[in-house]
Design a protein around this ligand. Structure first.
Ligand SMILES: [Zn+2]
Length: 333
C-alpha cells in the first residue's frame, strides 16, 4: 500500500549513472546534494525527469506519457471548471473503533496522515462542474493511507450517491486505492456492500454514474463500487485488479499474460469501457455526461431522494446509506 509512483526519486536513492559506464562516470548523489523530490524516475520509460515538468503536464511523463498517480486535490482542479468546486462532508473524520495496533496504533497513524496531507480522509467529495455540466465528484487520494476504503470513505461515497439522487446530478468517482483499510477490519469490508447498495439505489432512481479507474486501483475498491457504475473508464497503463499480479502468479504457479491487469488488457476483456488519456478526460466526461442526461432512465427519474445532509457529522450514521446497505440490493448491471 505504498506510493510507488511519485516517491522514488532516482538520484536520491543512491547511485546514478550519468553517461558512460566506467567508474569515473558513476556519480553518487546524496540527499543533501539534491533537494528531495526535485527529480523522479518514470516507472514506464525509466527516464529521470524533472518533477516540476511532470506536475505541469498533469502528472504525466513528458517523455513517454506515463500517467503517474495524481494527488486528490490536483485531480479535483484538473477535472472541474475553475471556481465551481464546493466540498461536501469535509468534517467527517476517521475513527479507530477497534483500537487497532500493527507497527503502531492506528489512531496515531491517522493523526500523522491528517497532518501530512492536510486532509481528514482519503476521499475528497464535492459539487462542481465539468465544462459547464454540474456533477457530484468523489476522488480517492492515494497519498492518504494508500487511498484505502474504511468507514469514512464508504460513508462519503454513500452520501455522494444520496446527494446525486437528491439533486438529480450525475456522480463521477475517481479511484486510486490499495483496497479495503485493514486497520478497520470487518468494518472496512462492510463498505463494499454499502457502496454497491448506494450506487444500486442511485441507478434504480434513474441516476447516472461514471467511475474512472486510475493507477493503481486494487483490492476491495476494485471488488466493489469501482466496477458497478454505469460507465467504467480507465487511464492508460493503470494497474487494475483485486490481488496483485505477483500474488496471483505465485498462487496459480503460472506465468501471467503480458499486460495482465493493465487498463489496456481489461478493455480487451470487457471489464473497462474505454481508456481515456488525462488531457482528454474533461472533454470525454462532458460527452458522456450529455449521453447520460439523455438516457430514457434519466428522463423518467422520480423525484428527489430523502435528505442525507443532517447525518453527515458521524460516519456510518446516514439513515439513507444504512438502509441502502441493509436492503442488500444487487449492484447495477
Ligand atoms: Zn516515461
Amino acid at each position: 500500500m505504498s506510493d510507488t509512483s511519485m516517491s522514488k526519486d532516482a538520484p536520491n536513492s543512491g547511485e546514478s549513472e550519468v553517461g558512460g559506464d566506467g567508474r569515473m562516470n558513476r556519480l553518487r548523489f546524496r540527499k543533501k546534494d539534491m533537494p528531495g523530490g526535485l527529480w523522479l524516475k518514470c516507472e514506464s520509460c525509466s527516464g529521470t525527469i524533472y518533477r516540476k515538468e511532470v506536475v505541469e503536464k498533469a502528472y504525466t511523463c513528458p517523455a513517454c506519457g506515463f500517467h503517474f498517480t495524481m494527488p486528490g486535490a490536483d485531480r479535483v482542479r484538473h477535472t472541474l471548471d475553475e471556481g465551481t468546486w464546493e466540498e461536501l462532508f469535509p468534517e467527517i473524520e476517521a475513527m479507530d473503533r477497534l483500537g487497532f495496533v500493527d507497527s503502531g496504533p492506528y489512531g496515531d497513524k491517522i493523526e500523522r496522515t491528517v497532518q501530512r496531507t492536510g486532509q481528514k480522509e482519503a476521499l475528497i467529495a464535492g459539487r462542481g462542474e465539468v465544462l459547464g455540466r454540474p456533477v457530484i465528484l468523489g476522488v480517492l487520494d492515494f497519498k492518504f493511507l494508500g487511498g484505502s476504503m474504511g468507514e469514512v470513505v464508504g460513508e462519503k461515497i454513500a452520501l455522494c450517491c444520496d446527494v446525486a439522487r437528491q439533486e438529480g446530478k450525475p456522480l463521477i468517482l475517481f479511484t486510486a486505492s490499495g483496497g479495503a483499510r485493514m486497520h478497520e477490519g470487518m468494518l472496512s469490508l462492510m463498505q463494499m456492500a454499502k457502496t454497491c447498495s448506494a450506487l444500486s439505489k442511485l441507478n434504480e432512481d434513474g441516476g447516472f454514474s461514471i467511475c474512472v479507474l486510475t493507477h493503481p486501483t486494487t483490492g476491495g475498491v476494485t471488488a466493489s463500487f469501482a466496477m458497478v457504475c454505469d460507465l467504467t473508464l480507465a487511464e492508460p497503463g493503470a494497474l487494475i485488479g483485486f490481488a496483485g499480479p505477483r500474488v496471483i502468479a505465485s498462487t496459480i504457479k503460472q506465468e501471467l499474460p503480458e499486460g495482465f491487469q493493465r487498463a489496456e488488457f481489461l478493455v480487451e476483456k470487457g471489464q473497462v469501457d474505454v481508456i481515456v488519456a488525462r488531457d482528454e478526460m474533461r472533454s470525454m466526461l462532458a460527452r458522456l455526461l450529455d449521453f447520460g442526461a439523455c438516457r430514457p432512465a434519466a428522463k423518467a427519474a422520480p423525484g428527489p431522494a430523502p435528505a442525507a445532509g443532517e447525518a453527515a457529522a458521524s460516519p456510518a450514521a446516514s439513515p439513507a446509506a444504512e438502509s441502502a446497505a441493509e436492503s442488500g440490493a444487487a449492484p447495477p448491471s
